[in-house]
Design a protein around this ligand. Structure first.
Ligand SMILES: Cc1cc2nc3c(=O)[nH]c(=O)nc-3n(C[C@H](O)[C@H](O)[C@H](O)COP(=O)(O)OP(=O)(O)OC[C@H]3O[C@@H](n4cnc5c(N)ncnc54)[C@H](O)[C@@H]3O)c2cc1C
Length: 284
C-alpha cells in the first residue's frame, strides 16, 4: 500500500482548504469503504483528510424536520431514541448494515458518497425523499437524494465539496414501511434489496415510495411501481402486477453475488412481500 499523509482538521473550512491545497487527497469518514479501495490498489491518494473532528457533523437533531450529520455512525442511527419513531425505515436499514464493528465506524455520509448500488442507507433515504446538504468554500446547496447518485462510485459531489447533512421530513402517522435485503449470508452486501413506504387512508394508498438496491448502476427509485399503487385500493392482484413491474423496471448485472435473472426475481418478490407485510396479508 502506498504511503499517504493524514490530516485531522477541526473545522469544515480547514478541511475544504486542505482539499484545495493537496492534489489527489481524499476525505475519509469511517474508512470502511475507502480503506478497502486503497488496500485493493483502486485508489492511491496522496493524503487523507479526516472529517472525524469537525463539530456538528456527527449530531442528529429532530425538531419538526430531521437533520442527520454526515459523520453520524450507523450505530448512532440505531440507538437514537427518537429516530425509530420518526424514520423507522432508516433505522431498519441501519440494522442490516455489516457487523457491529462496521456499524460502529461506518457513517451515513460515507454510505451515500461511496455511491454503491447496494448501499442500504441510501435506499431507505431515497424512499424517505431525503435532501443532501453539500458545502464547498464558495457556499452551501441542498440536493434531493434522487439527483445525488450519478453512476457506481460517482456522486454529484465535485472533489472540493463535503456532504455535511441529510434532511428528512417526518412521515405521517398512517405511514408504514419495510426494508427487505437478500444477502448470500446474514452479514453481506445485498444481492438485491427493496425499501418500501406506503401512506394509507383506509384501503386506499395515498402515497407509495419504492426503491431497489443492487439492481441498477445506482440505488434506484421504482417510480412506475409507485404510480401503479398510488390512488388505488391495494389488493393481492395489484401486488402481483407490482411484482411483475418491479422485475421489469430494473437493470441488474450478473456477478459473484447473483445472476441478473435472480436479482430481477428477488426484487419482484420483495415488492410483493413488502406490500403483504405492510398490509397484514401474511407471508408471501
Ligand atoms: C465488512 C464490510 C461489510 C459491509 N457491509 C455493508 C452492508 O451490509 N451494507 C452497506 O450498505 N454497506 C456495507 N459496507 C460498506 C460500508 O461500510 C458503508 O458503505 C459505510 O456506510 C461507508 O461509510 P464510511 O464512513 O466508512 O465511508 P468511507 O469509507 O470513509 O468513505 C466512503 C467514500 O465517501 C467519501 N466521503 C465520506 N464521507 C464524506 C463526506 N461527508 N463528504 C464527502 N465525501 C465523503 C470518501 O472520500 C470515500 O470516497 C460494508 C463494508 C465492509 C468493509
Amino acid at each position: 500500500m502506498k504511503r499517504f499523509d493524514y490530516f485531522l482538521p477541526q473545522s469544515l473550512e480547514e478541511a475544504l482548504e486542505l482539499k484545495k491545497k493537496i492534489p489527489n487527497s481524499r476525505f475519509i469518514a469511517g474508512g470502511t469503504d475507502l480503506m478497502v479501495q486503497i488496500r485493493g490498489g483502486e485508489l492511491k491518494p496522496s493524503a487523507l483528510i479526516s472529517l472525524r473532528s469537525i463539530p456538528d457533523l456527527s449530531s442528529i437533531e429532530i425538531n419538526g424536520s430531521i437533520r442527520i450529520g454526515a459523520m453520524t455512525t450507523v450505530t448512532d442511527l440505531i440507538y437514537n431514541p427518537d429516530l425509530e419513531h420518526q424514520a423507522k425505515l432508516l433505522v431498519d436499514a441501519a440494522r442490516r448494515v455489516g457487523s457491529p464493528q462496521i456499524r460502529n465506524v461506518a457513517t451515513v455520509g460515507g454510505n451515500l458518497c461511496n455511491c454503491s448500488p447496494c448501499a442500504d442507507l441510501a435506499l431507505s433515504l431515497l424512499v424517505l425523499e431525503a435532501k443532501a446538504r453539500i458545502q464547498s468554500l464558495s457556499g452551501t446547496q441542498d440536493v434531493p437524494l434522487q439527483k445525488f447518485f450519478e453512476s457506481p462510485g460517482k456522486s454529484c459531489l465535485s472533489p472540493d465539496q463535503i456532504l455535511t447533512d441529510i434532511f428528512i421530513e417526518p412521515v405521517s402517522s398512517n405511514t408504514k414501511s419495510v426494508f427487505l435485503k437478500k444477502g448470500r449470508v446474514k452479514m453481506d452486501l445485498a444481492v438485491a434489496s427493496v425499501a418500501l413506504l406506503l401512506e394509507m387512508e383506509g384501503e386506499i394508498c395515498r402515497k407509495a415510495r419504492v426503491a431497489a438496491g443492487s439492481v441498477a448502476p445506482v440505488p434506484l427509485r421504482l417510480q412506475k411501481v409507485e404510480v401503479l399503487l398510488e390512488g388505488q385500493a391495494l389488493s393481492p392482484e395489484l401486488a402481483d402486477l407490482a411484482q411483475r413491474m418491479a422485475s421489469e423496471s430494473v437493470a441488474p448485472i450478473s456477478d459473484i453475488r447473483g445472476t441478473e435473472e435472480y436479482r430481477r426475481q428477488i426484487v419482484g418478490v420483495y415488492v410483493k412481500r413488502g406490500l403483504a407485510q405492510i398490509l397484514g396479508w401474511g407471508l408471501v
